[in-house]
Design a protein around this ligand. Structure first.
Ligand code: BDP
Length: 584
């Protein structure tokens, strides 16, 4: 255990709080304050991008009310296809923060945010779906404070995920707005905003690692903190690092036990800081062509899941997350992928509690490797992977990292770029398998992954309406990939669109029967192959896309549930297939 002062953790160093914010999620206890600023904010679109010049950073004129968290697109009438910039304002009275360093932490602003407090610029952050903290002690006023945020959701080739991408680097479909990925580019402040007060030179970082050790496991705890004495307790009992635990206390889907870890920092006998964290102890890894959890082969059954709900857009709500994850458990699923970006932290809290195994994905969907802006996209993809790993590395539920989804592999530099992303993730966290979801498993680059995450659509994009051909095609593809690489394969996407209420006997494309039948058949094909370590149906629920001629109602209907979370036939079918698994 180390508790040397973190070099960044200096009271006068603005980077210290940024770093702290990334690594330790805010909490309120006797030493810390996390004051939620969610609620009704003031909002104004700025399509001509004139707000900066007009000084809106001091207060937004003629705003409309808007809910935070939430996307603006389905919330503000007429704003559906507007991607910004837009301005948000929130006034608040300073809560009693005492003599602590204060920052403002955003769970996610899509795509880029610039922040002012009382007219003073606090900083900016690029990239959605990941938290950032901006120190603000010096800008705070005692009474009313005016917080202003400019959010820019516009698309660009120099962004990740990229937009406005030339057709030869996309799947060849045209959307409005012009995205190269298959979901609506919702914009806004999508997650909690908190005013965070923490002790100066307090606890700034925490890193946990569980290692199998004979009949049990050892938990290693590394604490970064200012000067002083650090103590640890697990479930109320003092421990030191490493701490041995018996096998029955390990976390797994059948028994998602969480233990309360308490970290305290004292100086001269006085309590200076305290941080608590519910932790699950478990070990994830790969051996040969098997994916292992706590040293035993594990099979993932579940879904790819978007954060998407009517009116909220991509704004998160714990009730929606709870319903989704409870429905997954009810069906007998044990896993999901956070496609195609990191999910909200409260969703991961629920996954930890329910024993769901999560493949956590970065926002790098639709990467392409043509020269234009390539270094910038790669730099961002690397940065976002690092931010994701810093946020989620202590999570029991997160068992693997996916560093990209369906990168276009038609450029010579593609394989090397993917290799660099996988290596970077492994260097930051050597405790979880790394991969990327690919629809092109025969391209070079696949060997960079520890697990092959395969997206495959036999019976839909390939061999549509031909159920038997779809089965044999998937079987052949799986055997070929396995023969070439000898690694475990998780089928991270397969499925078919089903328009809710559309029925056909015999099953036909777009009907609920066809979707149910195809999913069942392909799961059976996978089940015959022990090296297939999982099947994730695409998708958990229907979700909004940009407008395009191949997306009726601007919805991707591959959900097993509707966008409102009502079941289609496939949900019942999956329940029958999955209900007898021991780790339900
Ligand atoms: C895959 C993509 C996913 C799409 C899906 C589909 O990874 O984002 O939504 O296809 O077309 O290629 O439904």
């Amino acid at each position: 255990m180390t508790h040397a002062p973190h070099p960044d953790n200096r009271p006068d160093d603005p980077a210290s709080l940024t770093q702290t914010g990334r690594m330790l999620r805010p909490q309120t206890n006797g030493c810390r304050v996390a004051h939620d600023l969610s609620g009704v904010w003031s909002f104004r679109l700025d399509p001509d991008d004139e707000g900066r010049e007009r000084g809106w950073c001091r207060g937004v004129p003629e705003p409309v009310p808007a809910g935070v968290p939430g996307s603006w697109n389905e919330q503000v009438p007429g704003a559906r296809d507007e991607l910004g910039p837009a301005w948000y304002e929130r006034r608040f009275e300073l809560p009693p923060v005492g003599d602590r360093q204060v920052g403002i932490r955003f769970g996610s602003a899509v795509y880029a945010a610039e922040v002012w407090l009382n007219g003073e610029r606090l900083g900016e952050h690029e990239g959605g779906h990941l938290p950032f903290m901006l120190p603000c002690s010096a800008a705070l006023a005692d009474g009313e404070n005016v917080l202003v945020v400019r959010v820019d959701g516009r698309l660009g080739r120099d962004r990740v995920p990229p937009g406005l991408v030339p057709a030869e680097h996309t799947h060849g479909v045209t959307f409005h707005p012009d995205v190269s990925f298959d979901f609506f580019p919702f914009a806004g402040i999508h997650r909690k905003v908190e005013l965070v007060a923490t002790p100066w030179l307090g606890i700034s970082g925490l890193r946990l690692e569980t290692v199998l050790d004979g009949a049990g496991a050892a938990l290693f705890v590394q604490v970064e903190a200012g000067e002083g004495e650090v103590t640890l307790a697990l479930d109320g009992e003092r421990i030191t690092s490493p701490h041995r635990v018996e096998r029955e206390r390990l976390w797994c889907p059948q028994s998602p036990r969480l233990h309360l870890l308490e970290v305290e920092l004292r100086r001269g006998g006085t309590l200076v800081d305290r941080y608590t964290l519910p932790v699950g102890l478990r070990v994830a890894g790969v051996e040969g062509d098997r994916l292992l959890l706590n040293g035993e082969p594990v099979e993932l059954r579940g879904f790819g899941r978007h954060e998407d709900f009517p009116v909220l857009g991509r704004g998160t709500a714990p009730a929606v997350a709870a319903r989704d994850l409870l429905l997954m458990r009810q069906l007998g699923a044990n896993s999901f992928r956070t496609a195609h970006y990191p999910c909200d932290e409260e969703t991961l809290d629920i996954a930890d509690r329910l024993g769901l195994l999560v493949i956590a994905e970065t926002p790098a969907v639709g990467l392409y490797f043509a020269d234009e802006d390539l270094p910038r996209r790669q730099e961002l993809a690397l940065r976002f992977a690092a931010e994701l790993i810093a946020r989620d590395r202590n999570r029991a539920c997160v068992i693997a990292w996916s560093v990209a989804n369906e990168p276009r592999m038609n450029y010579p530099g593609a394989a090397a770029a993917l290799g660099q992303l996988c290596d970077a993730a492994r260097a930051l966290d050597g405790t979880r398998p790394v991969g990327y979801a690919t629809d092109l498993p025969d391209s070079p680059g696949v060997d960079a992954a520890d697990v092959i995450f395969l997206n495959a659509y036999p019976g839909w994009y390939k061999y549509p309406a031909r159920l038997e051909t779809a089965e044999s095609a998937l079987g052949e593809q799986l055997d070929r990939i396995h023969g070439q690489h000898g690694k475990p394969i998780v089928i991270t996407e397969f499925g078919a669109d089903a328009i809710p209420g559309s029925h056909a006997d015999p099953p036909a494309l777009w009907s609920e029967e066809y979707q149910a039948e195809l999913i069942e058949r392909l799961i059976r094909v996978a089940a015959q192959r022990p090296f297939v370590a999982g099947t994730h149906v695409w998708a958990f629920a229907d979700f909004a896309t940009a407008q395009g001629t191949h997306r009726p109602q601007s919805i991707n209907f591959k959900g097993v549930f509707t966008r409102e979370r009502q079941p289609k036939l496939a949900a019942r079918r999956l329940n029958i297939l999955w209900r007898n698994h021991a780790d339900r």
